[in-house]
Design a protein around this ligand. Structure first.
Ligand code: GAP
Length: 521
């Protein structure tokens, strides 16, 4: 774990050093849990958003997009349940005066038991080598069994407390499990209290009677209140989906872990409207499709898993998360919910408008049921970076023995810069030739010119931002019109005519390569 935390720290400083993510308002000492994306970060983030958007709207004829406003009528949040039920259970440590989410403290305790089990298994696997039978070991080793029982018992007790919204029981679990505050090291806890996560502001002048409005905590409601607008204007037939990418705001109390939990973040949400009674079949279909989308990036299938919810949200009849193995453990990146007809029915009730759909095949009207897929752009960004970050020691074939490099092995279609153009020296007409090549290629993909420092240093800089290809211009280029292409992952080099460059690179960095895999995975 310590090693993983170390990797996480390195990743955070790498993000700052190479222009991916900066703390917001840094010259004023920052603003808690708010971050800015730098020149490379914004490119990566835009590429992730395009991958999601295209996978929804290009691959599915019956999914269309919208872009609704952040400010919405305040009654929307009453209807959605957010005013009354969008709360976190909080507990304070009286000695450190630090505030924690009670559910997170308990989840971390469950993860500790899991860690203990995994360590026993790792140790035994090393000891027994090829003859190790993990299943038998799990079923017979007393320490594994003991921790398995502790984990399961805690899990069941925790799920019940959450489902019953039993705050006293949550506190009692923290006491019984002897969970200590990581800062003070003591168990001097307050009661558990509910805390609403929505930010509010005022619209209009106070003299006119200003209206209290909320910064949306999810983009989904903008889709629900536009359901009929899109259905009618687009002549959409059920089943169909509406996709949206946009900012969301939550006054997170335990805002740690970099861009994983922010107060201002971005969501990519899709609401899929179906006939009542068919929602659980569609839930399974979207679960599979979304997992394929993640795995198609090639970061490693083992880094993903489903996690079914212990406590269903007030609007759901089935829910699961797609978790990614972050440097700080498996964590939720995406939520998939079967939201029933809760939202549309509730908006019907609060607005007094008819939001029913007339199904011509069934010859009847009904309020559609909804499957939601909801993924955080920033968490996705973090998972892609964490899954791509490598520290490598080079051998003789790729550099001086013992040399190291940090490389982001980003999927080429997501990389901020696709091709770096590097004149070997800053003279003899090589920079002019390099500029000429860029001028031709810049319409196809993102290129970067770099002439400073040795070629080795320039390769390292491009490795660090995940540029999949470099093209070096040398003196021979001026006569043979060829460049040396250097591949990021293998560090292999090959000579290719300038006239082939666009074709070679454009093909490799095309998003189409990943989108096509979604069908194949
Ligand atoms: N409309 C459903 C909804 O908002 P959620 O599980 O609360 O569900 C969906 O959020 C996704 O939004 C999460 O899986 C996560 O990726 C992202 N997300 C939620 N809160 C976040 C935060 N504070 N910072 C960054 N991303 C967040």
């Amino acid at each position: 774990m310590a090693q993983h935390e170390d990797v996480f720290k390195k990743l955070i400083s790498h993000c700052k050093e190479y222009g991916f993510v900066f703390p917001s308002s840094e010259i004023y000492d920052g603003l808690g849990a708010v971050y800015d994306y730098g020149q490379n970060g914004v490119e990566l983030k835009n590429n992730i958003k395009k991958y999601w958007w295209d996978s929804m709207t290009l691959l599915n004829e019956n999914v269309v997009g919208i872009d609704s406003a952040i400010f919405m009528h305040p009654t929307i949040w009453k209807a959605s349940g957010h005013v009354d039920a969008f709360n976190d259970p909080l507990i304070d440590n009286k000695d450190s005066k630090k505030r924690y989410r009670a559910d997170v403290l308990i989840e971390e305790q469950i993860a500790k038991y899991e860690d203990k089990i995994n360590k026993e298994i790792e140790k035994a696997a090393k000891r027994f080598g090829n003859s190790f039978d993990e299943q038998q070991f799990r079923e017979t080793n007393p320490r594994v069994l003991e921790n398995e029982v502790k984990k399961e018992t805690l899990h069941i007790r925790f799920a019940k407390a959450l489902n019953d919204s039993n705050l006293e029981e949550l506190r009692q679990i923290i006491i019984d499990e002897e969970i200590v505050c990581p800062i003070s090291g003591t168990r001097n806890w307050t009661e558990v209290r509910q805390f609403n996560l929505m930010f509010s502001t005022e619209m209009g002048s106070t003299a006119d009677g200003a209206m209290k409005i909320y910064l949306r905590p999810e983009t989904a409601q903008g889709i629900f209140v536009n359901f009929l607008n899109v259905q009618k204007s687009g002549r959409m037939k059920i089943p169909f989906g509406i996709a949206q990418i946009g900012k969301a705001f939550r006054n997170e109390i335990v805002a740690r872990q970099f861009v994983f939990r922010m107060r201002e973040f971005e969501q990519m949400e899709m609401q899929f409207f179906v006939r009542p009674g068919e929602e659980l079949n569609w839930f399974v279909k979207w679960k599979e499709t979304r997992m394929k989308w993640h795995k198609a990036l090639g970061l490693g299938d083992k880094k993903y898993r489903f996690h079914d919810h212990d406590k269903l949200a007030h609007y759901a009849n089935a829910a699961t998360d797609i978790e990614f193995e972050m440097p700080f453990g498996f964590k939720e990146v995406e939520g998939i919910h079967s939201r029933t007809d809760f939202d549309l029915s509730s908006h019907e009730k609060y607005s007094g408008k008819n939001i029913k759909y007339f199904d011509p095949e069934l010859n009847q009207s009904y309020v559609p049921y909804v499957i939601e897929t909801s993924i955080g752009v920033d968490r996705m960004f973090l998972s892609v970076l964490a899954g791509s970050y490598c520290e490598e020691t080079l051998d003789a074939s790729t550099g001086s023995v013992g040399d190291t490099r940090v490389v982001l092995k980003l999927p080429p279609a997501l990389a901020p810069i696709k091709l770096a153009i590097l004149p070997l020296v800053k003279k003899d007409g090589l920079p002019e030739k390099a500029r000429e090549i860029i001028d031709n290629l810049k319409f196809d993909f993102n290129c970067q010119y770099d002439e400073k420092d040795s070629i080795g240093k320039r390769y390292r800089r491009q490795d660090a931002i995940g540029t999949p290809y470099c093209a070096t211009i040398d003196h021979e280029t001026l006569t043979d019109n060829c460049v040396t292409i250097r591949y990021r992952d293998t560090m292999q080099q090959e000579r290719a005519p300038i006239s082939d460059l666009a074709g070679i690179i454009a093909d490799k960095v095309n998003l189409k390569n990943i989108l096509k895999k979604i069908k194949e995975v």
